[in-house]
Design a protein around this ligand. Structure first.
Ligand code: SAM
Ligand code: CA
Length: 271
């Protein structure tokens, strides 16, 4: 039986945590268009308590170890109107670590944009490693391509301009692909994450890893009243909530939802 220890009794109850999160969300909504919000709230890519804490993580642990090609690509993406789509560098650093831990050689990426996560994957694989990288938009991939070339990793990348689902289905038509991938990163249309998961469970080898990005969807997964969520976020919020429940109940995986970036769920195929 779970005992409440001396320390735990000082922790807020789940109800209190939820109430504070809702208050915080309402406050963010109220100020989201003010100068303060632009300066203080908007730049934070993480779910940490303060922007200062996030900057501390970046400056102490991430930026000093970030490979030069990734830094250059990050700078080149910074002025893109959709720059906030790029993978957060701290989440990228975790991915690079996971890629090394599973000795990844063959990987899939769904959602490339300008290629921050793709380049970090390419840099982490051995010289004969291969990445199938899928995105519906080749134009943004082309922004990142010169950085892949300069880093000498372009030969590892097989970029496919397409919706991801038919590509995964095509891969599964060849039985040789089943259980042959070491790693996958999914960072695209949230309503298809579960469809990707079903296919990736067959494409990944046992012990292989799939990482899902944005699984806390800006913190909106805990907002009980949908009317408080900006309209443009509601559709993906719904699918993210469903995904998180389904992943938690999936016996085929061991998983961890990490409150980093916008929420990163790491899953390891068990059988
Ligand atoms: N991982 C990228 C990075 O580190 O910069 C960011 C990816 S961005 C958040 C999402 C990408 O998914 C966009 O480039 C978009 O074109 C792509 N996308 C959206 N729906 C897709 C689909 N059905 N199939 C493939 N790509 C899709
Ligand atoms: Ca993302």
């Amino acid at each position: 039986m779970f005992q409440v220890s001396g320390f735990e009794k000082f922790l807020p109850t789940p109800q209190e945590v939820r109430r504070v999160k809702i208050l915080h969300w309402k406050a963010m909504e109220e100020v989201s268009n003010t100068d303060t919000a632009k300066k203080v709230l908007k730049p934070s890519k993480g779910l940490l308590q303060s922007e200062e804490l996030y900057q501390y993580v970046l400056e102490t642990s991430v930026y000093p170890r970030e490979p030069e090609p990734l830094k250059e690509l990050r700078d080149a993406t910074a002025n893109h109107p959709r720059a906030s789509m790029a993978t957060a560098p701290d989440a990228g650093q975790l991915m690079a670590l996971l890629l090394k831990l599973v000795n990844a050689k063959k990987t899939i990426e769904i959602g490339v944009f300008t290629g921050y996560s793709l380049l970090l994957t390419a840099l982490s694989l051995p010289d004969d490693g291969k990445i199938i990288a899928i995105d519906i938009n080749r134009e943004t991939y082309d922004i990142g391509l010169p950085f892949m070339r300069k880093a000498g990793v372009e030969h590892k990348i097989d970029f496919i301009e397409s919706h991801a689902l038919p590509v995964l289905d095509k891969l599964l038509e060849d039985r040789e692909n089943e259980g042959s991938f070491d790693f996958a990163f999914v960072d695209a249309d949230k309503d298809n994450y579960w469809n990707y998961h079903e296919r990736l469970m067959r494409l990944l080898r046992v012990g292989g890893i799939v990482v899902y990005d944005n699984t806390l969807w800006g913190g909106t997964v805990v907002v009980p009243d949908e009317s408080l969520v900006p309209e443009g976020m509601r559709f993906s919020r719904h699918h993210t909530i469903e995904l998180n429940k389904s992943l938690a109940a999936d016996p085929r995986i061991q998983s961890s939802l990490i409150p980093m970036g916008d929420g990163v769920t790491v899953c390891r195929r068990l059988y």
